[in-house]
Design a protein around this ligand. Structure first.
Ligand code: SF4
Length: 270
């Protein structure tokens, strides 16, 4: 394959879970059937999307009229956000920012709910905010998550383009806050450092190297962990129907909102 891939958080997670799933989903582009998105999940997915749209409007400086929000749950989330009085630094507010960063012959791509860029004590900084409508996770769980690692690394690699004349962005000046609708007064803020970035970036590049190796050899083995097959829509392609379907795992999908839109299906030249 000659074209570089756009590797998103979702596709990287697919690769880590099962190389064959990555291949089927992102290279063969087999549609992900609605099997996993059960009827009962659909309203919460749509509500999560609308909540993100509301906050995007707000941070673009557009008016948000709570009385016009018909969905009572959505209205309650909006009120929680307002009443939480989340402390935001002064600076340029960049909602729904999309960033692309070279990684080997490919590109990492991420969409940030909000990035605030400014300077404090002569040092440019960037603070990312991520709005979560899913089940709250602990600070230590979030620290380990690939979303966290990718977002922080991508900003460290490309953030100087955002700070521009304010000077280069140091990894020590990057942080990420997760804000949950279910725990609005307990935002989780994760800081970053040059030391962490050095190791994190090495591991991310190694993963991209593994994807490149898969492309070179056209080898996409099935996972040995059949529990992953229980929530996978590609069972029939892999002959893994015996794995069965796990109601529990389906119901606990941690980030139903984070389904990628079609335009992020790889390969594609940025
Ligand atoms: S059914 Fe199992 S082996 Fe096949 S793609 Fe899904 S997780 Fe991988």
């Amino acid at each position: 394959m000659d074209k570089p891939l756009l590797i998103s958080q979702a596709s990287l997670l697919a690769f880590l879970t099962c190389h064959r799933r990555f291949y089927l989903r992102y290279l063969e582009r087999l549609p992900w059937p609605e099997l996993l998105l059960k009827t009962s999940q659909r309203p919460s997915v749509e509500r999560g999307q609308k909540f993100h749209q509301l906050l995007e409007r707000f941070f673009l400086g557009l008016p948000v009229d709570p009385t016009a929000i018909r969905d009572t749950q959505l209205r309650a989330w909006w009120r929680r956000f307002q009443e939480s009085e989340l402390a935001l630094p002064q600076g340029r507010r960049l909602p729904e920012l999309r960033i692309t960063v070279p990684a080997g012959p490919h590109f990492l791509i991420g969409r940030f709910d909000l990035v605030i860029v400014s300077t404090a004590q002569d040092h440019p900084f960037a603070h990312v905010y991520d709005w979560k409508t899913s089940r709250p996770r602990t600070h230590s769980e979030l620290q380990q998550e690939w979303q966290t690692r990718l977002y922080l690394a991508m900003l460290a690699e490309s953030g100087s383009a955002l700070t521009g004349d304010e000077g280069p962005l140091d990894a020590n000046q990057i942080s990420l806050t997760y804000w949950y609708v279910d725990e609005p007064l307990e935002p989780r803020t994760i800081t970053y450092s040059q030391e962490q970035h050095k190791q994190n970036w090495i591991e991310i590049q190694e993963l991209v190297g593994e994807i490149e190796l898969g492309l070179d050899q056209d080898q996409w083995p099935l996972t040995d962990n059949w529990s992953h097959c229980r929530t996978c829509a590609y069972q029939a392609y892999c002959g893994r129907q015996e794995a069965g379907a796990s109601e529990t795992l389906l119901a606990e999908d941690p980030r139903p909102y984070d389904f990628e839109p079609d335009y992020l299906l790889e390969p594609e030249t940025p």
